[in-house]
Design a protein around this ligand. Structure first.
Ligand code: URA
Length: 237
């Protein structure tokens, strides 16, 4: 890849800005100052900007602890999105959210630069487990647990069997294997107990760990990336 293009992808600067950065001699490749925008870089080249080593990986996979009040979208003209919780390099690299959490839902959201991975993880036939904590208006009962286990009929489809565990009268942990629009809220609505707060604990092999706080994010480890590709039924090179 051309060096100016790579710098742009990494969010260092716009394409013309990257040329300026190069002209100013601020970039070194494998120890040599490079001013030529068309210089071809290889994946294992060590690239320094102002003496600082750049992370040149073009594919990235993140786990974000979504806060309430932001949209799960790549961009929006009016409202803040989950991308606003991350450094701008992730937008330049083309990171996208995997599936969607409602604006008022908190918790685990995966973001990736791999469109196929994102697509496969949310494909209806993949049945990747997602675990949510729902606070409801009402008292959860054993009858609700049974209805969830049987599959709640909604107006447009019947949900796959889901596991509901009652943590306290108005707090339930739900495990679902699908992810239709507003599904959890609709499931609880169908048993007459509207959701007042919703939080996602896990998605497939990934879970929020104790030390994470709302708004925190981190890159996935190699093992987590491999587990995610396996959950998507994809091979990871
Ligand atoms: N189900 C919902 O109803 N909302 C979410 O944000 C996620 C799952």
């Amino acid at each position: 890849m051309r060096l100016d293009k790579l710098l742009t992808h990494l969010g260092v600067a716009s394409r013309s800005g990257a040329r300026e950065v190069l002209k100013a001699g601020r970039v070194r490749v494998n120890g040599e100052a490079v001013r030529d925008a068309a210089f071809q870089v290889a994946v294992d080249d060590k690239i320094l900007l102002d003496g600082k080593l750049l992370d040149t990986r073009l594919s990235r996979h993140l786990l974000l602890y979504k806060i309430a009040g932001v949209l799960t979208a790549k961009e929006d003209n009016r409202q803040k999105t989950v991308m606003d919780l991350l450094p701008p390099e992730y937008t330049s690299l083309g990171c996208m959210p995997v599936g969607r959490l409602d604006k008022d839902t908190t918790g685990l959201l995966i973001l990736t630069t791999d469109g196929e991975l994102a697509h496969r993880l949310i494909a209806p036939e993949r049945h990747v487990d997602k675990v949510y904590i729902a606070t409801v208006d009402g008292c959860l009962s054993d009858a609700d647990v049974e209805k969830f286990a049987k599959g709640i009929p909604l107006k447009d489809f019947t949900c796959l069997p889901a596991k509901l565990e009652i943590l306290s009268p108005n707090l339930g942990r739900v495990t679902v294997r699908e992810g239709k629009y507003h599904q959890i809220k609709r499931m609880f609505g169908a048993v007459g107990k509207p959701v007042t707060a919703l939080h996602r604990l896990s998605f497939g092999p990934l879970a929020l760990e104790d030390g994470m706080h709302p708004g925190d994010y981190r890159e996935l480890t190699d093992d987590e990336i491999a587990a995610l590709y396996a959950a998507a039924g994809l091979k990871h090179e």
